[in-house]
Design a protein around this ligand. Structure first.
Ligand SMILES: Cc1ncc(COP(=O)(O)O)c(C=O)c1O
Length: 372
């Protein structure tokens, strides 16, 4: 008889990350490949981070600190919060999955916007909750429609996720809108504000939502070292919330989930605030340059508050085939993310890279769309 796996496996969507460089080399028969598919930082970690990690590898025979005390202490100091309410994790994705498991049971509901981060569709099948997807809105059609999300909250709602700035659309709502929304959400509903790209937005002080935590005990801020800090490969994220939330997510995941090197790297990275500010600056310069070059090519480019652009494949009346553009860019050695699996057919999502990488993308796209 065949081995019987859990039925919920059938409902779990497959998460497909951006194509890695080795796979792209094979798929597109290209040797020199630029990866602009996963919203990573094009710049490696701070030299002091590299040094600290290198010095620690020799201690890898020991388990890491189960409580990640140094890292949680540094985050507590950075945000002026009680470390008891700070959870650190193996990438912020781990907190999302743990939160769904800790909060939801069959019959409960999770509300989130769509298109948004592609891990959210895992959370319903993973926890047994029903998912309620709310379409994006606003003048651009790319913003969270917080009124519509509020209208979907019922007695069964346990978790609402707001991705701000939003992946994949790059849009961002000001913290005044977030505050007005939180004022209307019943206090029994946990709201996770997924702020993976918050450092890169230009609407508000990135810490303005931290000031909301004392007022809204049901609020959780989710952040990551994968983006602006350039540590995606080490996997480290964190949540700022209540001590109860942290205890709940800790209860449903394995101990030691944040490894020795990730804890040290993230702790060290927090000591270099100037470097973070510099990375933000460089990202904004890249954003302006890529957006203006795309506009010159004739595209209408939605405003991005992140390290990527969400590009509708249309110039005037002419629509371009998404698969053909992704394939054509791939053959030119530039990997981008097709919009269809992210919920936005007719788009591509392109991360900003180094100046040279961005120029390669722009030249390759220019060749594909130039009038024959
Ligand atoms: C909106 C959003 N949240 C969370 C994450 C997950 O980041 P990580 O698990 O690397 O911390 C990502 C990664 O792309 C993201 O775009």
């Amino acid at each position: 008889m065949a081995i019987r796996y859990a039925k919920r496996l059938d409902a779990l969507p497959h998460y497909e990350g951006g194509m890695d460089i080795a796979r792209a080399r094979r798929a597109f028969e290209a040797t020199d490949v630029v990866k602009l598919a996963s919203n990573e930082s094009p710049w490696g970690p701070h030299p002091a981070v590299i040094e600290r990690v290198a010095a620690l590898v020799g201690e890898a025979n020991r388990y890491p600190d189960q409580y990640a005390s140094e890292l949680r202490g540094r985050l507590a100091a950075r945000f002026d919060r009680d470390p008891a309410g700070i959870a650190v994790s193996n990438g912020s994705c781990e907190i999302l999955l743990a939160a769904a498991l800790a909060l939801c049971e069959p019959g409960d509901e999770i509300v989130y916007a769509w298109p948004s981060f592609s891990i959210y569709p895992q959370l319903g099948p993973f926890s047994g909750a029903r998912e309620i997807r709310v379409g994006l809105g606003g003048p651009s059609g790319y913003d969270h429609d917080l009124d519509a999300m509020r209208a979907e909250i019922t007695a069964a709602t346990k978790l609402v996720i707001v991705c701000n700035p939003n992946n994949p659309t790059g849009s961002c709502l000001p913290s005044t809108d977030i505050t007005a929304f939180l004022e209307q959400v019943p206090s029994y509903v946990t709201v996770i504000l997924d702020e993976a790209y918050i450092e890169m937005q230009t609407l508000d002080d990135p810490d303005s939502t931290v000031d909301l935590l004392p007022r809204f005990p049901n609020l959780v801020l989710l952040r990551t070292f994968s983006k602006v800090y350039g540590l995606a490969g080490l996997r480290c994220g964190y949540a700022l919330g209540s001590a109860r939330f942290r205890a709940a997510v800790d209860a449903v995941r394995q101990p030691f989930s944040v490894n020795l090197l990730a804890q040290a790297a993230a702790s060290e990275a927090l000591r270099h605030g100037d470097d973070v500010a510099d990375r933000v600056e460089r990202t904004i310069v890249a954003r302006v340059e890529v957006e203006s070059a795309l506009t010159e090519l004739g595209f209408t480019v939605p405003e991005s508050h992140t390290n990527f652009t969400w590009l509708p494949l249309r110039i005037g009346d002419r629509e371009y085939d998404e698969a053909a553009i992704v394939e054509g860019l791939g053959r030119a050695g530039v990997i981008v993310r097709p919009g269809t699996p992210l919920g936005g057919p007719g788009h591509i999502r392109v991360s900003f890279g180094t100046e040279a990488e961005n120029l390669r993308f722009l030249a390759a796209l220019g060749d594909l769309v130039k009038p024959q």
